[in-house]
Design a protein around this ligand. Sequence first.
Ligand code: IPM
Ligand code: SF4
Length: 770
Amino acid sequence: MAPRTLYDKVFEDHIVHKDESGSYLLYIDRHLVHEVTSPQAFEGLKNAGRPVRRTDCTLATVDHNIPTISRVNFKNVSSFIDQDDSRLQVETLEQNVKDFDVTYFGMDDSRQGIVHIVGPEQGFTLPGTTVVCGDSHTSTHGAFGALAFGIGTSEVEHVLATQTIIQAKSKNMRISVEGDLSEGITSKDLVLHVIGVIGTAGGTGCVIEFAGKAIESLSMEARMSICNMAIEAGARAGMIKPDQTTFDYISGRPLAPKGAELEKALAYWKTLHSDEGAHFDYDIKIAASDIVPTITWGNSPQDALPITASVPDPAHVTDPIKKSGMERALKYQGLTPNTRLVDIKIDKAFIGSCTNARIEDLRAAAKVAKGHKKADNVKLVLIVPGSGLIKAQAEKEGLDKIFEAAGFSWREAGCSMCLGMNPDILDPEERCASTSNRNFEGRQGARSRTHLMSPAMAAAAAIKGHFTDIREFDYDTSDEPAVHIEHEVEDKLLQDAVYEHEKEVIEDTPGTEQERLYDIPKEPESKKAKTAAPSGGIDKFGVLTGITAPLDKANVDTDAIIPKQFLKTIKRTGLKSGLFYEARYVKDPVTGKDVETDFVLNVEPYRKAEILLVTGDNFGCGSSREHAPWALKDFGIKCMIAPSFGDIFYNNSFKNGLLPIRIPADVIQSTLYPVVTAGHKLTIDLPAQQIRDGETDEVLVDHFDVEEFRKHCLVNGLDDIGLTLQKEEFISKYEAVRREKFSFLEGGSKLIKPIKGTKKSIYGVKAQEW
Ligand SMILES: CC(C)[C@H](C(=O)O)[C@@H](O)C(=O)O
Ligand code: SF4
């Protein structure tokens, strides 16, 4: 057999079926679910009378919408969450997990937390598995050597119904970080540096394997931070080969295999590495010694600079798209070119998110905060642990006390100010030192200004009141040992906790030990997918002649296409007014009402545009929110043309009957843009894969690429869940083989019983006082 990459191996081990057009049906081992991207998927199942195929492969928690204030008085979601739409989304999930028998960690369960923290923490995420979630940062789980990627809501429904996903094979990219990281340099600096080098579109169409000595010497927490941000480099997924560090992390976790099954798993996991001589489409080398403390200045994660640098000056940029992008970012961020980064003052700091809210991150921040107080100009420092268990662990180590003594605010677990779907947001023009992963316009609140950095750097900025080079920070080293917990001690704590919890589960579960641990709970025959209703169908796409709106911008993220406040709906429609909301409206200072700007879609004739012609790369990057294509569709857009698209957005568009077309930037500039700006419509002929001038019928693009299977579905208006269910025979066959070969994956989340209402932490300490 030819040498294969880590990605090739995991991909190939999950192929259920390959059709003639070259499209694959992949089996999904682990499906994580949260409240924002699941309501419409469960609704779809209900409408079609479909069950969740593998409840044991599905695990749900709640994270985006929940307040992070103390839960001392928590009774239930209805009385605890004030915001109506947030409450509705959480309540809808709670109803759905009951209706579909999905294991759920709710707000009264100390295992609740950010979905990407909970999966690994429970041992649900395992090497060599396929992991999906309706969330772009699912790439996090790739740190275990899993193939993990974000999906849209239609795909969530597809996975719930069929336990499979339709996929094209991505390209292989390797980023090797050679040598040792310098003292004080963290995984966050490393990943920001990498994105600064390859750009936010650098990984488009690829799965990135992070390799090299610097990566291998990192802890699992640090590896997760890196894979977490692979999506910010535009990649489909990030992966790191599993090794002893991985196996040690997994061992003893509640859902990890045990005994003979663990031995069997280890034998397989040890084969998961790229073979000598395996082919990589792109092979990038980075010297670890080049990496210094890194922070972002603009509105894209690629706007990363060493802390020793100054704000860039657009006067030195020649490329017109880059120059105007830079000018816009500087204006938005309220920055003056050539100001030293260390001279920029902050208003708030946020230490949290699925990138940096693990115990190691909190320890790093506490080490900096110890013995200090936040600066007077800093109004708020939010410390938001990634899960209830991390919170409990931090409290056991006394980190909460260190933070409180420094004047920081110690909170309950959730996504919090990373996205601000809950009440934790910045006020307009406030500047935040943030450990999250996205610095998009409006990300942390309308007109908010975000700068990404490591936990230690964010804590140092909070103490000093301005960005600070952590290498020059004055640590209170005399107290350091009190904060630093030896790994062995920590591991022991975790092991005890896990076993204690597991005993509880096993005692409650009938059957033999082997059955209890490894058997899939039997679905009643009547609930099997066979009963599924026929395909629902999508709008057909044939030949479209439509008004085409030009959009002269690169890296348009899905946060910009549809901001977070519109994600709280539990429906797929009604999003028209939210489309490009921040760009289309400004608030009238007197009346407080929305007033239209001169954004292209507010101008005639583009109010009736059906096609969007984007000149810059990477349209629809970032978040997996399917609300972006829903909003475009609601507006009337049916086709988007751009040099490249964010992977998840590209997929989501097809699922909704929208056609994204990739056309090289120079062809757009030289051929399409002049026709469109001259006021001509375009004709998109999908069957012929051609673009013509809508007025003269002149052929402008003789051939554009589109995968055969996607074209087939679009032209015929086919719903792919219906199509996949016709492949039941292949799915069952794969499952039979999987039961033998990967027996250590059986049982999944059903090995844990929901312990709703429990006040007990698995650490055996009083984690929360509710
Ligand atoms: C809500 C969800 C769709 C979104 C994502 O996909 O990333 C969110 O987690 C984010 O970080 O923007
Ligand atoms: S990126 Fe932020 S909002 Fe998205 S899952 Fe992670 S913590 Fe939550």
